[in-house]
Design a protein. Structure first.
Length: 203
């Protein structure tokens, strides 16, 4: 994939002649098989869960019809399978939206805050933070996220990692922290792996 072929953090000479890690570029650690394994595992888990849940409809209705008279066992099973299919259609739509996402690159074009007022209308109950990102095809994504709001600035280049559904910043040079692209935990920039889930940090 061409989008994964960009330069990653690599030792380079600074003006003192010492090796210094330059944290510029999207990391090629994303190609580590631990990430694809994780995505496959998550996908299988949600598919399994959807099929398991769908199977509950005919089972409940089939069993229920044994104890009630006004519906035959065959009818009950038919309704059960019908409900299972309807459920699966919705489940697969959700699955495609959340699990089969594609990677893309973009740029932060702004940040927004929404102040949610309380019932009386005068006190601010909560603040919702958004980062506005334009991807390379011109689509605008409005991402609701407190940590990205603080982590990203306007003009930052970012990559959205499909399957993981998390963002990576292109230039991490001046950063003291980095977010795990699997569990979104905040890590010190010096770490190689996430302190919480042990995934490789993309730098
Ligand atoms: Zn993690």
């Amino acid at each position: 994939m061409s989008q994964n072929s960009q330069r990653v953090s690599s030792p380079s000479q600074n003006h003192n002649g010492k090796n210094q890690k330059r944290l510029v570029g999207f990391s090629d650690k994303i190609n580590d098989e631990s990430f694809s394994n994780y995505i496959t595992k998550e996908k299988n888990l949600s598919l399994g869960l959807a099929i398991f849940t769908a199977a509950i409809f005919p089972i409940i209705l089939g069993l229920g019809s044994l104890f009630i008279d006004f519906i035959s066992n065959t009818e009950a099973l038919m309704y059960g399978f019908f409900l299972a299919i309807v459920y699966l259609i919705f489940a697969f739509r959700f699955y495609n939206k959340t699990k089969n996402t594609k990677s893309w690159d973009g740029k932060v074009i702004g940040k927004e805050q929404e102040f949610k007022k309380g019932k009386k209308g005068n006190t601010v109950e909560s603040i919702e933070n958004y980062v506005i990102i334009e991807n390379d095809t011109g689509s605008i994504h409005r991402i609701k996220s407190n940590h990205l709001y603080n982590y990203l600035e306007a003009n930052d280049k970012v990559r959205f990692h499909g399957g993981l559904n998390t963002f990576e910043k292109y230039d991490k040079t001046n950063d003291k922290i980095i977010y795990c692209n699997v569990c979104e935990s905040k890590n010190d920039i010096s770490r190689e792996r996430c302190y919480y889930c042990n995934s490789l940090l993309l730098k």
